[in-house]
Design a protein around this ligand. Structure first.
Ligand SMILES: Nc1ncnc2c1ncn2[C@@H]1O[C@H](COP(=O)(O)OP(=O)(O)OP(=O)(O)O)[C@@H](O)[C@H]1O
Ligand SMILES: [Mg+2]
Length: 241
């Protein structure tokens, strides 16, 4: 999900996850409709994991262990320590080193990782992430994306918000929001072919999309979004040695 600042990404994501009531329309979660202020039944709540844009707003426990263990206990799952350990190791926080620390005393990137661990610890079917890569360094980002792809390969659904369109270009579908409305909801290649509209609403297209956009002005050129495919296409069109 992409869109300029204030376009409604966080709001829509929270409505999707039944954390915020809609002012219009309906929220359907699998076979049931969610009507505010009814609490979601625990078995549905367990199927959706939401990681907030500002993870520190979500923290309440005194230790990282209790923070990550909260949902496991709340949902009555077994093997609390094993699950917490696995979730922390998955996000790259060594268990022994972090379990007794206060979540409030962590760095921005570490807080983000704890917030993620506190959700993946219960293995939700749908993972909704509000700007998950913000605050992560290059290496953590790559590891995180690789993990996300493995999660998806297990048949899970991942919805994420990002300001970095190169990240969005790799997903199955892209939602573009503008001023509280869905402008596009389509395959990345189709969405990014609207390069001038994207620019007009303040979104910087991926580098490959920019090059293709310019080449298309000179004649027909296929829509590709990643650099490897772009190089292949350039070669085919004899524009690259
Ligand atoms: N609780 C609220 N009550 C009223 N208006 C709100 C509330 N939360 C957000 N808004 C407004 O709704 C609009 C969309 O906000 P939202 O947080 O969904 O944007 P966003 O696309 O996530 O932006 P960003 O990229 O800055 O995170 C903004 O104009 C914001 O000021
Ligand atoms: Mg937001």
């Amino acid at each position: 999900m992409v869109g300029h600042t204030g376009s409604g990404k966080t709001t829509l994501a929270q409505v999707m996850a039944a954390l915020l009531p809609p002012t219009g329309g309906k929220v359907r979660l699998w076979d049931s409709e969610w009507t505010y202020p009814r609490e979601l039944p625990l078995e549905l709540r367990r199927r959706i994991g939401f990681v907030f844009q500002f993870p520190e707003h979500q923290f309440f426990a005194e230790t990282v262990f209790d923070e990550v263990a909260y949902a496991v206990r709340n949902f009555g799952l077994d093997n609390v320590e094993g699950r917490v350990r696995a979730a922390l190791e998955t996000v790259g926080l060594p268990f022994m080193q972090f379990k007794d620390r206060s979540p409030f005393s962590l760095s921005g990137g570490e807080k983000r990782k704890v917030a993620l661990a506190s959700v993946i610890v219960f293995d939700p079917d749908v993972l909704v992430l509000d700007e998950p890569s913000a605050g992560l360094d290059g290496e953590s980002k790559v590891e995180f994306w690789n993990w996300l792809w493995r999660y998806r390969a297990r048949g899970k659904t991942v919805v994420f918000i990002t300001h970095w369109l190169e990240e969005a270009a790799r997903s199955d579908k892209v939602i573009v929001l503008s001023a509280g409305h869905v402008l596009f909801y389509d395959d990345p290649v189709k969405v990014f072919s609207h390069a001038s509209t994207m620019k007009r609403i303040g979104l910087e297209p991926p580098l490959a999309a920019e090059v293709v956009y310019e080449l298309q002005k000179k004649g027909t050129f296929p829509w590709v979004l990643d650099l490897d495919k772009l190089l292949e296409a350039l070669e085919e069109y004899a524009l690259w040695p």
